[in-house]
Design a protein around this ligand. Structure first.
Ligand code: G3I
Length: 372
């Protein structure tokens, strides 16, 4: 495949040399990225390339608030290799060009996942292990080769663990033991995780390789089971000398999920004790109908919950915090019926409101970064 690397020049978003304006709203001119950087923390957010190119308010908020960007969908298999052997780096190139022009870091998400699979992929995997290994190797080789100049950090495998049954907070998932039953698991067994990590390391020895998952933060029996499963998986991979550098906690929080610092802190310290970095990769916070009405009360509840979790993670050694979008307006929490509110209200789970004004969650993150 003749990938000449990210063709940034042809991506339709001209590099904007001038700094974009500061996002609207009160508070210091410095964004969360600057507040975080002052304490050795990297703050960033998921972005959509089309919004970066079409919406100046969105682009300005990203430029002001984030140090690191992660493509919300443009680096996934369905965007990058929609047909076998045909790669499309256009949408990712739009994000990469913005990151270059605004001097932001860029991380990749996600090389192997059971969602965002193009139509041809699952049937190919079902043909057997040899075919599956070939497809996986070709994708990783091509994508890491093309993105090597601009992405130094990838979620290599995403959501490989099943959700423990019975949880009130995460949906039931098909499972084979502790693993999520996916086309990858059915084709290759759990070894697909080790294989993907080894292929990534072989292709680019200096990349940071991350396993990313959700439902790991709460003080519930189910979250604890999933934390123990992640610790066991990581321990087994490292004992097998499988390359792995970090674990990503997606942190799609839910304001009514019980939380105590100790279980999360112990989990992060356990991962850190194995030599791994720990990142918060997709932070946002769903509300519940139990919250008192009124935006101020809802925002305060979300902010307090987020500050507890982020503060705990930072105190335990986490040094990267990424939200899954900056503004309530563009959130999957509103688009996705599986998580959106059913009472006619819309989640307010992001640092900025729908008009890109800073909310209580913005202040809570700033306090967390400042050590508050
Ligand atoms: O593919 C089209 C593209 O051609 C079109 O130009 C563009 C216009 O906006 O939209 C693209 O469509 C959708 C895209 O979101 C943008 O909205 C995709 O069809 C849709 O599948 C994609 O959904 C994303 C989803 O992952 C699947 O990739 C969501 O935005 C994204 O928020 C969600 O993120 C996941 C993480 O990767 C993993 N953790 C959970 C999180 C939420 O589900």
């Amino acid at each position: 495949m003749g990938l000449a690397g990210l063709g940034l020049a042809g991506c339709g978003v001209r590099a904007r040399g001038q700094a974009l304006g500061v996002a609207r709203g009160d508070g210091p001119a410095d964004g969360l990225g600057e507040v975080a950087r002052a304490r050795g923390i990297t703050f960033g957010t998921a972005v959509q390339g089309e919004l970066l190119g079409q919406d100046p308010l969105y682009a300005a908020a990203v430029a002001t608030e984030a140090q690191l960007l992660v493509p919300e969908w443009e680096a996934k298999w369905d965007a990058l290799q929609p047909r076998e052997g045909e790669f499309d780096l256009g949408p990712l190139g739009v994000v990469a060009e913005f990151a270059r022009a605004q001097r932001k870091q860029l991380r990749g998400h996600a090389l192997v996942w059971h969602q965002a699979m193009p139509d041809w992929l699952a049937p190919a995997l079902a043909e057997g292990a040899t075919r599956a290994r070939g497809v996986l190797a070709a994708h990783i080789q091509a994508v890491l080769g093309a993105t090597q100049p601009v992405i130094r950090d990838w979620d290599v495998v995403n959501e490989v663990l099943a959700n423990p049954p019975g949880s009130r907070f995460t949906a039931q998932t098909p499972a084979r033991g502790v693993f999520r039953d996916t086309p990858w698991l059915r084709a290759l067994g759990p070894d697909y995780i080790d294989l993907a990590l080894r292929l990534a390391r072989e292709r680019d020895p200096t990349l940071r390789l991350t396993i990313n998952d959700y439902g790991l933060e709460g003080d519930t029996p189910w979250a604890e089971q999933k934390r123990q499963a992640m610790l066991a998986l990581v321990r087994a991979l490292l004992q097998a000398r499988c390359p792995l550098d970090a674990v990503g906690l997606q942190a799609h929080l839910q304001v009514d999920e019980p939380f105590r610092p100790e279980p999360l802190a112990g989990f992060i310290q356990g991962l850190r004790g194995m030599g791994l970095a720990v990142l918060i990769t997709e932070l946002d916070c769903r509300e519940s109908a139990n919250l008192p009405p009124g935006l101020e009360a809802r925002d305060a509840a979300v902010a307090a919950y987020v500050q507890q979790v982020v503060g705990t993670a930072l105190a335990a050694g986490c040094r990267t915090v990424l939200t899954w979008g900056l503004s309530d307006r563009d959130s999957w929490l509103i688009r996705d019926p599986d998580v959106s509110r059913r009472d006619g209200q819309q989640h307010r789970g992001h640092p900025l409101d729908a008009a890109f004004r800073r909310k209580a969650m913005w202040q809570a993150l700033a306090r967390s970064f400042a050590g508050g």
